[in-house]
Design a protein around this ligand. Structure first.
Ligand code: GLA
Length: 673
């Protein structure tokens, strides 16, 4: 099966020729050829140029750019420019500017200043998308559509509040049901008329957690509606695939599973926030999610930085070799290519210091040489287009509702961190050399040997049943602390925690006992926990480790002394493991090793050395093994055989050796079995 881009992997990035003049365009043509660029994302922030006044379009410059790119062999990912409305729009429609939770109405001056609930914005957005699709729907350069850019802005204006009320009526029916779901008997919040219900604007102390959860769901649905509206306008005029670039950030404003169902293929932007091996673990975390959210659809890395790691207040450079290694980290996990933000580093504007494929210093630079090297490498991997990642045996559960709910104020510990906990579980399995998929709790999980539920604070009744069926049918499930405790309305499942999983796990938690910062709970197996502990009673589960203490300092004799900390319960043909604290790294790795061993999960390559990332893609009888060495010593994999595609040489009889920081892509011998 061909890939998204036929027999090739995509290589290129955001291209903003409107920031430059014809002499630079000529150089762009030359440098793109040199670098092997074959895809450019055009028009993401071009609304003010394309529609200089309402309803009057200026397409001549874009015609020229698309024709030029096409003549140069560069395909186009054409964006609808709706993430940044022009200044005239702001003046004409002040009511379409977003209002913050504090009630401040924002104005033009940056980007992403729009309210998705404002009819004027929605009309204008569909208008420009329609005009573009009419003009370029069949343009030979255009191979995909990129609707909008990173849906992110949230608004608390009156139009948003009215749309929220409509959404709530559809979800809950009447006000009585809403009052019940949100528990408005508490703090005298009972609503007696719909007009009283608003968005969670700034208030005196904690918001109602049912309200904040529903607002997050509503906003994600609204963003999806806005996406669908543009997608459908484009689809009516073009047969090229349509997607949007989803940001995978540390905040959460979209249900990415829902977006995955509506896009023709998944597109993500990914910017690691830590250097070194952590950045590669984060690439795997992002890429595994991107692949999973589409449920089997292709996916594409639409943006990465060439040379940047963002930390708060500091942009760190990346190390030599990282451009290729990072790109292959995504491609190994199924991306149909590797694109960057952006082709040429801007000389002006808010992101003039953001890295690019052609830096300010020009092509005579390490960065551009590495870009050329990466383009050449990807050109050698065209045979991989259309192949898929070989079925992962381990799934980590991901649920937007659980994240949103856990974010509500008033939790017993501020250290209960959805993203951090899920990321850590993924990292541990990554460290063990095992490829991970993400799954929604309501999915059919029977294809996975092991499923991890690291931070499933909220689980719906359907999700709880699904996990029960999974374990009963022979699966190995690991549930971690403070999971399964509230239902989909964000109400506690009473009678002992974790209400959704007591029977499956064969236990009952009477009391949550968060640990103070710095406090350590020692466990009987030599491991230790921080952040959290629980007063747990086994009701059928086998105790694998118990608390020696549990009081501050973790001294034996605390309230938890001798009580279970880690358990395993045989359930049907499978098992439910439970971990009631945040284990130290070594203890957590050892527990996961036991869980994976019981489930019969093996690393991608037997005996895979630490620091080596190995992932397999396949297509029919062919398979390719990606080996990325993130370690500081040469990695030897004696069992690997085949043809290494980047060097075009056969793997020697003694196996594959990959230098520190090096990469290899091996077409494996077709098995005769
Ligand atoms: C995002 C945006 C780009 C650019 C990059 C770099 O991913 O989509 O327009 O701003 O970040 O910051």
């Amino acid at each position: 099966m061909p890939g998204l881009f036929g027999e090739s992997l995509a290589f290129g990035g955001d291209y903003n020729p409107e920031q430059w003049d014809p002499a630079v365009w000529q150089e762009d043509d030359t440098l793109m050829r040199r670098a092997g660029v074959n895809l450019a994302t055009v028009g993401v922030f071009s609304w003010a140029l394309l529609e200089p006044e309402p309803g009057r379009y200026e397409f001549a410059w874009l015609d020229d750019q698309l024709d030029r790119l096409h003549a140069n062999g560069v395909r186009v990912d054409l964006a609808t420019p709706t993430a940044s409305p022009p200044p005239w729009f702001t003046l004409a429609h002040p009511e379409a500017m977003p209002v913050t939770a504090d009630g401040v109405r924002l104005t033009h001056g940056s980007r992403d200043t729009y309210c998705l609930a404002a009819p004027a914005y929605r009309r204008a957005a569909v208008g420009i998308a329609t005009a573009l699709a009419e003009r370029y729907g069949a343009h030979p350069a255009v191979v995909m559509w990129h609707v909008h850019n990173e849906y992110a802005t949230i608004c608390h204006c009156e139009q948003s509040a009215a749309a929220f009320r409509r959404w709530l009526r559809a979800r809950h029916g009447g006000l009585d049901a809403l009052n019940w779901a949100w528990g408005t008997a508490f703090w005298s919040q009972r609503y007696t008329a719909w007009e009283q219900v608003g968005t969670p604007r700034a208030t005196q102390w904690h918001h109602n957690p049912g309200q904040t959860l529903d607002f997050s769901r509503f906003w994600s649905d609204l963003a999806l509606d806005a996406y669908r509206e543009q997608r459908d306008a484009v689809r009516a005029r073009s047969d090229r695939p349509v997607t949007t670039n989803l940001m995978l950030p540390g905040y959460q404003n979209l249900d990415l599973w829902a977006f995955g169902r509506e896009v023709d293929f998944v597109g993500i932007d990914h910017y690691p926030d830590a250097p070194g091996a952590d950045s590669h673990a984060d690439i795997a975390f992002g890429a595994d999610r991107a692949r999973s959210f589409g449920g089997g659809k292709p996916w594409l890395l639409i943006e990465q930085g060439s040379n940047t790691v963002y930390r708060p207040g500091l942009t760190l450079p990346r190390e030599p070799g990282d451009i290729l290694r990072s790109s292959l980290g995504h491609i190994a996990r199924g991306s149909d290519g590797a694109l960057f933000f952006q082709w040429r580093q801007s000389r002006a504007g808010a992101e003039m210091w953001h890295s690019a494929m052609v830096p300010h210093a020009g092509p005579d630079t390490r960065i551009f040489r590495e870009v050329e090297q990466t383009g050449a490498a990807l050109a050698r991997l065209g045979e991989l287009a259309g192949s898929t990642v070989s079925a992962p045996q381990v799934a980590v559960l991901w649920d937007a509702d659980a994240w949103w709910a856990l974010t509500a104020a008033g939790k017993p510990s501020a250290e209960l961190d959805y993203l951090g906990t899920v990321r850590r579980a993924h990292r541990m399995v990554w460290d063990a050399g095992v490829t991970v998929a993400f799954a929604h709790p309501e999915d059919d999980l029977s294809g996975y040997r092991a499923v991890l539920a690291p931070s499933l604070y909220l689980v719906s009744d359907v999700g709880a049943d699904s996990l029960r069926r999974y374990a009963e049918g022979g699966g190995t499930l690991l549930v971690q602390y403070f999971s399964g405790v509230v239902d989909s309305r964000h109400q506690v499942r009473t009678g002992g925690h974790p209400g959704a999983f007591r029977e499956l796990l064969g236990l009952r938690v009477e009391e949550h006992r968060p640990l103070a910062p710095g406090a350590v709970a020692e466990l009987s197996d030599g491991s230790s926990g921080t952040v959290w502990s629980e007063d747990l009673r086994a009701e059928g589960a086998e105790v694998l480790a118990s608390y020696l203490g549990g009081a501050v300092g973790g001294k034996p004799g605390g309230a938890l002394a001798g009580k279970p900390a880690v358990t395993r319960h045989r359930f049907g043909a499978g098992s439910g493991w439970y971990l009631s604290t945040r284990l130290d790294d070594a203890g957590y790795a050892a527990l996961l090793a036991r869980v994976l061993a019981e489930a019969g999960v093996e690393p991608t390559v037997p005996g895979q050395p630490a620091g080596v990332d190995a992932v397999r893609r396949h297509s029919g009888s062919l398979s390719w093994l990606f080996v990325l060495n993130h370690g500081e010593t040469p990695a030897r994999l004696p069992t690997v055989r085949g043809q290494e595609l980047l060097t075009g040489t056969a793997v020697p009889a003694g196996g594959l050796t990959v230098a520190p920081g090096g990469v290899a892509v091996v077409r494996e011998p077709v098995s005769s079995a």
